[in-house]
Each structure stands twice: as C-alpha cells, then as structure tokens.
Design a protein around this ligand. Structure first.
Ligand code: 5AD
Ligand code: SF4
Length: 448
C-alpha cells in the first residue's frame, strides 16, 4: 500500500519514523510524500505538551471527511500520544484504525493487514523492557547527519514529564551494535552522527559507558563529527567532558536542560540537582572547553512557581549566558507525578508573561553571543543549500551554530568560514578561500 507518514516532536520520533519506514518497506509497502495519494496515513505523534495533542486531534478530524470519500483509507496514530492517550483517541476519533505505541512498530505490518481484513482491532500499546530495534536498519533521509538512538525509555521520572510513561523503562543498545550502525551510515556517505537518548549519561553496556561509546563512534572512518542529545545535569560524567575536550571529532556543544533556576522548583520537579550544582557544572565544562556552546530547555509556570522563583530562573539564564534556549510554558500531563501531587496553579496569563520575559532575555543573550562571533573563523560542515537563497549554503560550526555563506562546495565538505554578520539565530560569513589551497600545499609538502 502507499503510505504517507508525518512526524511530530523530537529527534527520537524522527528516528522512529526512519525505523517505521524500514519495517514497512521490507513488507512491500511504499512511501509517498503526498497525502492525497496515500492509502495509509500514519501520524507519529508527540505527547510532551497539550499543544502537540490538539494539533493531532485537528488533523484526525480533517481525515474523517477524507475517510468518507476514500473507501479503504487506513488512518493510524503512532508514538507517544498513541501510548498515553489511547482511550481519548479511540473515543474522540473512532474512525482511527490503528493506534500503536513506540514499542509496537515491528507489529505495524500485521496491524495494517488486520485493518484491511477487519479481523481484529488494530491497537497495540504494550511497552517492552527489551525492545531497542537494534536489528532494524533505519531508512534514513539522505543528508549529512544521521541520528542513532543508543537507548530507549527513561527512568528519571521528572515530575512534569510524560516520557517515562510513553516510552517505558530505560534500556541501552549494545556498543558493538551501535558502532556497526555507525560504520553503515559512514559507508552510506553520512558525515556526522548524533547519538540520541532521553538521558545519554545513563547509557551502559557491560563495562562501557557513554564516554566509551562516543570515543568508539568517533573512530569510525568517514565520520567527521559526533554529537549527542540530551544529557541530564545530575550525573554528567567528568570522563565524558575530558573525552570531549581531547577529541576534535566530538563536537563542543552540550544541550544541558536547566528547566528552572530555583531550588524549590527544581526539587518539586525532581531534577535532583540544585542551582548551585548546575552552575558549578557549567563552570567546570567551560574551564575544560572554553569554546563550548551551551543550550538548554526551560519551563516557566511550573506548579507553585512564585515571581521570586521565576526571577531565579532569569538570574541563572543571565549568569550562564546560554547560546540558545527552548522555552516552554508548563503543561500538565496526565499520569505524571506533578499532576497527582501538585495543583497546576500558575494562571495562564502569568505563564504567558513569564514565557515572553524568558524569550526576551534569551534573545538579548543570543544577540550578544552572535556579536561576539564576528570576525572569528570556524570550520563549517556544509549541510544543504540555504532555504532563503538557493545560491548560498547552510552549514554548522562545531559548536552547532548555523552559518550561511556562498562558495563552490558540496554537502558534507568541511570548509573554513569567517563570520561577517548575523541574524537573530543565524551567522553569515565568507569562505576563507585560501583554506583549501593551504591545505593542499600542506598535504603536498607532507607527501614530499
Ligand atoms: N510542560 C512543559 N514543558 C515540558 N517539557 C517536558 N515536559 C513538559 C511539560 N509537561 C519540556 C522540558 C524538556 C523538553 C523536551 O520539553 O523542558 O526538556
Ligand atoms: Fe522527561 Fe526527565 Fe526523562 Fe528528560 S530526564 S525524558 S525530562 S523524565
């Protein structure tokens, strides 16, 4: 059948969609980029905030009319929302044929078959303690970066977060199996690997930890850069910091979710670090890697957050000077500890105002940090033609800043670019033209 698959949410969902593509292709289904031509429509969903749900219910409503017009159209909801809101989906959108959680993708071919013959209900939300999809080769969109999930699930149970309920218990893949996947993506031409996990610091495979895994992946021939997301600030391994500082292939960028700056809020969130500990970790990271870029996630309006608590978040954000931040209003999630223990008592308009202040502050900081980049020369990994101007290229520095420049290059090249201007989130630069010639002269000199 012709399948249309749309993905919402985080990179882990993007990766899961690559697994789904692989699983369905091997069962003779075909993928189409056109919703209009599809015989099966699959939505791979996110459950992290209310907004994500509403978008999916709106789409499902739209697909109801389409199902009336197109007999036999199969509609499926996959992913985190399918796992956490299965009852609501079945009640609010009874025309949905398939509901399948993140550990059920191997059974999708069977679920599609079942809906065609109407032999059984095509719902599957069993969570597994073992499923890591290690035996599936994801069908990736060609490009420069390949995602590799190194683990699944999360055992942290931060009180606001639904992920432990939608993705189940934490389990790591074998290091050797991940390195095999890295070798395969390198042979397919990918230049960068981003290792994914809900909390990569707790990766463990026998005697190997996450630092060992980063080192092993960086040694794969053809891979120029290795990134990861996300670590938890509570147990950041010093061994990893030393490995990052010493190994030029390990990118100097850490996405370090702070969430909030007040100890009271951090405690209610069950983040298990204090503001002081977070700041000490940042100082340690910067002492080892002065050029590192730090990005973060911030939640405002969590249960019981006072004006004074929120001011402390602003203070920490100012003190650290993150390169960029994702900012969110707290959105109560069903089943989470916060929903059971604390009232969602910050009024919506206060949440909104705090969100704006946070975004405003981060905008100023990002501006200052962008200004500080002017005149610097960076090695940039070329990714794609720029969306705004097809004559220009978009690439990224080692520390994850997007850079637009022009030049006779191709995706996957590493080039030197001098930063000459900046926008709100993007740097603009000019290629240092002598770089390649200098490199060639140097290489020739070495050969002699
Ligand atoms: N409300 C708002 N933001 C949330 N996040 C996770 N759960 C919630 C929630 N219930 C944010 C956190 C996390 C990011 C992926 O999403 O900041 O780090
Ligand atoms: Fe959610 Fe916390 Fe696990 Fe991150 S570490 S996925 S915020 S429970």
């Amino acid at each position: 059948m012709k399948v249309y698959l749309e993905t919402y949410g985080c990179q882990m969902n993007e990766y899961d969609s690559e697994l789904v593509r692989s699983i369905l292709t091997s069962h003779k289904h075909e993928f189409t980029p056109s919703l209009d031509h599809a015989e099966v429509v699959l939505l791979n969903t996110c459950a992290i905030r209310e907004h994500a749900h509403e978008k999916i219910f709106y789409l499902l409503d739209h697909l109801k009319g389409r199902k009336r017009r197109q007999k036999g159209l199969v509609v499926g909801v996959l992913g985190c929302m399918a796992q956490s809101l299965r009852k609501e989906i079945i009640e609010r959108a009874p025309h949905v044929d398939i509901v399948a959680g993140p550990d059920s993708y191997k059974r999708l071919p069977m679920l599609i078959e079942a809906t065609r013959h109407h032999t059984e209900q095509a719902f599957d939300f069993s969570l597994s303690e073992f499923e890591t999809y290690s035996d599936i080769a994801p069908q990736r969109v060609p490009g420069v970066n390949a995602w590799i999930a190194i683990m699944r699930g999360c055992d942290n149970f931060c009180t606001f977060c639904v992920v432990p309920y939608t993705r189940g218990r934490e389990r790591s893949r074998e290091l050797a199996n991940i390195v095999l996947e890295a070798e395969r993506v390198a042979s397919e031409g990918f230049r960068q690997i981003t290792l994914l996990g809900q909390n990569v610091n707790s990766y463990r495979n026998d005697e190997y930890d996450f630092a060992d895994l980063m080192q092993a992946v960086s040694e794969v021939s053809g891979i120029a850069r290795v990134r990861f997301t996300s670590p938890h600030p509570k147990d950041f391994p010093r061994k990893l910091l030393h490995a990052m500082a010493a190994n030029p292939k390990l990118c100097k960028h850490i996405h370090l979710p702070l969430q909030a700056g007040s100890d009271g809020v951090l405690e209610r969130m069950k983040r298990t670090y204090t503001r002081k500990e977070f700041l000490a970790l940042v100082a340690e990271i910067r002492a080892l890697m002065p050029e590192v870029s730090l990005t973060t996630d911030l939640i405002c309006g969590f249960c019981g957050e006072t004006d004074a608590d929120f001011e402390q978040t602003l203070e920490v954000v100012r003190e650290v000077g993150f390169d960029s931040a994702f900012t969110f209003k707290y959105s109560e999630r069903k089943n989470t500890m916060a929903s059971r223990q604390f009232p969602d008592d910050v009024p919506e308009e206060v949440k909104q105002e705090r969100l704006l202040r946070l975004a405003e502050l981060q905008k100023e900081i990002t501006h200052e940090r962008n200004v500080a980049e002017l005149g610097k020369v960076y090695e940039v990994l070329v990714e794609t033609p720029s969306k705004k101007d097809g004559n220009q290229w978009l690439g990224r520095t080692d520390h994850f800043k997007p850079v637009v420049f022009s030049g006779n290059v191709q995706a996957g090249d590493l080039v030197k670019v001098r930063i000459e201007a900046h926008g709100a989130n993007t740097l603009m630069g000019a290629m240092v033209r002598d770089y390649r010639r200098t490199l060639r002269v140097y290489q020739e000199a070495c050969c002699v």
